[in-house]
Design a protein around this ligand. Structure first.
Ligand code: AMP
Ligand code: GLY
Length: 443
């Protein structure tokens, strides 16, 4: 049995090192219930709010030892990889409280085949698809459905397993479809992750992210948000881990939320019950909204989105520790979660060269001036402290400059204004974060 934590000041561990985890640490630090925060491994920004230690997040025994030594009450897991490797099962078997889905539930993100089959079986709207374990069967199918060029319908190829965000190819022609299948199944560029693939129907529309807290029985939907995946303005250039996000996203209208609730999350809960899956943590539905306002789920993630979390958590009014505990204890239905009426945006500052090979070790200046901005926060992603105590870049995505205000328009203005304080050599960012949202509001 996990220890009782009611009425006791909490010690909390956050696992991860990105902007998402910094936003989590920042939100957790605002809880009057929290005494001390720890991070493994953390980054230069998280180190201002928490004790950071460099333990491998794949070494569950070392993590358990760390939790016991530091008398940590609750562990919160940021990234999907340890969830897919069963960190929750391991911690629970040692009687420790941990926030996140177990290994079986994490398959909803870690295996695209499992996830798509789950959606289809339980009536969750998603694009048509076929699963292949065999290269020649996949090619035969492609020849049958996409007889002639230019390629029409079945042009989305997905590797089954986790591929650090590179496992989905939106192919532009028949050659690219076949080449992708060959790379995944014959050349095995993703190893076992490409043993099975999905060939999927291409759907059109506007994408949005709907994250929700889930204790296995109840789903509580957060403010909907929208990511900006491409490196350049107007959604041009290669995909990245996300160059910015804003919330709430006006494209997710009340009617879209109502559809997400009934078609996606209600069916999700029914599916969990039928398949005897215990799901506790965050369920994130990446959705496509078509021109008639109908939705299809592109993917499930079983964790907070990055950079969506950076713009959603500043809008949360309820104590995040109350929510985390309610999820772990299966008492989410008893909690009324409140959200601010403001809008929030997060603009990512990236290193020169990202998402390709990028430079690191560049000194970040101006961070100290950000303390003067009361409705802004800087969430670190790829930063570290050098030997002389300066913050330097250490990743592709470096910082997420975040700001909130009464309207999306003023939140955008405030955030880009505050951003002028920060510089590092080769810094690149998009100037149009939130602009799609403004267009919707003007409609
Ligand atoms: P996923 O990881 O499945 O969300 O896919 C990554 C990205 O590929 C999505 O954010 C979409 O931009 C695109 N994508 C995935 N599936 C489809 C689809 N069926 N039709 C159009 N675009 C898709
Ligand atoms: N922003 C997309 C993701 O977190 O997967």
């Amino acid at each position: 049995m996990a220890k009782k934590t009611k009425n006791k000041k909490l010690k909390v561990l956050v696992i991860g090192s990105g902007g998402r985890e910094h936003a989590l640490v920042w939100k957790i630090s605002k809880s009057p219930r929290v005494e001390k925060i720890f991070c493994v491994p953390g980054n230069a920004g998280m180190a201002e709010l928490a004790a950071c230690d460099n333990i491998s997040i794949a070494d569950f025994s070392a993590l358990v030892k760390y939790v016991k030594t530091n008398q940590i009450d609750i562990t919160v897991v940021g990234p999907e990889v340890p969830l897919g490797q069963g960190i929750v099962n391991f911690f629970e078997s040692k009687g420790l409280k941990i926030f996140g889905p177990n290994k079986k539930a994490a398959n909803l993100e870690c295996s695209k085949v499992f996830s798509k089959v789950f959606m289809k079986k339980h009536g969750i709207p998603t694009a048509e698809f076929q699963v292949f374990k065999n290269y020649s069967a996949a090619i035969k199918y492609i020849d049958k459905v996409n007889g002639d060029l230019p390629l029409k319908k079945y042009s989305i190829i997905k590797a089954d397993g986790l591929c650090a965000g590179k496992g989905v190819v939106v192919a532009q022609d028949l050659y690219e479809v076949k080449d992708t299948i060959s790379k995944m199944m014959v050349d095995k560029i993703y190893g076992d992750a490409g043993k099975q693939i999905i060939i999927e129907e291409r759907i059109e529309g506007e994408e949005a992210s709907i994250m929700a807290f889930c204790d296995g029985k109840t789903v509580s939907i957060m403010m909907p948000s929208q990511d900006h995946k491409r490196i350049f303005e107007n959604d041009k250039g290669p995909n990245t881990g996300g160059m910015g996000a804003y919330a709430p996203a006006p494209v997710v209208t009340k009617s879209v939320i109502a559809k997400a609730k009934t078609q996606v999350f209600d069916n999700f809960i029914k599916g969990l019950k039928k398949e005897k899956i215990v799901f506790k943590g965050i369920i994130y539905a990446g959705i496509m909204i078509d021109c008639s306002g109908n939705i299809k789920v592109l993917e499930f993630n079983v964790r907070f989105g990055d950079p969506e979390t950076q713009c959603v958590l500043p809008l949360l009014e309820t104590d995040i520790m109350d929510i985390i505990e309610a999820v772990i204890d299966g008492k989410l239905s008893k909690l009324k979660i409140k959200w601010k009426k403001d809008s929030c945006i997060c603009v990512v500052l990236a290193s020169k060269g990202y998402p390709g090979k990028y430079e690191t070790g560049k000194r970040v200046s101006g961070l100290e001036y950000m303390n003067a901005y009361l409705s802004n926060a800087v969430f670190h992603a790829g930063t570290t402290m050098n030997e002389s105590g300066s913050v330097v870049t250490s990743g592709g995505r470096v910082l997420g400059i975040t700001g909130w205000d009464k309207t999306l328009n003023t939140a955008i203005k405030k955030t880009y204004e505050a951003m002028k304080e920060i510089t590092f050599e080769g810094m690149q960012y998009r100037r149009d974060i939130g602009v799609k949202g403004l267009r919707h509001l003007a409609e």
